[in-house]
Ligand binder design. Sequence first.
Ligand code: NAD
Ligand code: UDP
Length: 313
Amino acid sequence: MTQRNLITGGAGFLGSHLIDRLMEAGEEVICLDNFYTGRKDNIRHWLGHPNFELIRHDVTEPIRLEVDRIWHLACPASPVHYQSNPIKTAKTSFLGTYNMLGLARRVGARLLLASTSEVYGDPEVHPQPESYRGCVNTIGIRSCYDEGKRIAETLCFDYQRMHGTEIRVMRIFNTYGPRMLPDDGRVVSNFIVQALQGHPLTLYGDGSQTRSFCYVDDLIEGMIRLMNGDHTGPINIGNPGEFTIRQLAERVRDRIQPSLELTTQPLPQDDPLQRQPVIDLARELLSWEPTVSLDEGLEPTIAYFRERLREGH
Ligand code: NAD
Ligand code: UDP
């Protein structure tokens, strides 16, 4: 039986890739977005399709719809965007998740929350298993996002305990790929765009901090398996391949223009020093693991940005 799927944040980077997978599987899709960081171009190819509907709506306001599944992704993910209006970010996380859980409860839908590795903050445990409770500053410039996602997780589990709402909680680690915004501010898109424009690559701090980068196709496969499976989570989905930011800069530069310089800028406040997922649970419960290495994933990502810059937007 086809499912009626609501994808909040569906015009964004991850949401639009998820929509492609669901539409290709013949499911019904409602994409809901306020277009803060999303783009119509990401979903333009589905406009007019009988299985596809687009709603401009802000998740901080309630909405009534008949759906079977809610993929709740609406929230700016890049520090640049989520910090530009931090109170709105906190509202989006809390009220948005509250409204979507209210909807899920009313219509008996299953809700998947796109949570984040940021719930681990600047971790003292490395790598991070789901059982680690995190080290998050409640009053810093990242708190609107980190604490927002933590309360969103809390709401999910309280709806499950109080109302029996079916939830799935996914902790997403840094993910990259085509359809990130050129001015998104996240590190992979920044480095690629800088290199393609012949500018120096900007390392924040000395570039010794680490991240683990997952290619978008792998991430979406994990998301679909979690939604379809029997396990609530929270569950880490990410690629355990860990790189320093300097190593990432060197890889991107060497693929595009090896003569470019790496420059340094101050490290932003509360920037986590290290991050790597433990994915034993995903392997065991979802039979999922990433299949695309950083080198393999950079290829189509660079090609995407090359095309976008050539088109001039
Ligand atoms: P994105 O910024 O590309 O997409 C977010 C989408 O949500 C955009 O289309 C935006 O317009 C929409 N949105 C924001 N606020 C909204 C609101 N109040 N009402 C309706 N729509 C709203 O980011 P992304 O990388 O696609 O991230 C999607 C989700 O995954 C987010 O919840 C993010 O926190 C989570 N996540 C992403 C990553 C990653 O590396 N990409 C890592 C961890 C968690
Ligand atoms: N970063 C960087 N140069 C940039 C953008 C980001 O060195 O132009 C660093 C940033 O300080 C962080 C890492 O890259 O240590 C990942 O940043 P991003 O914003 O992509 O994700 P997050 O910090 O949320 O994991």
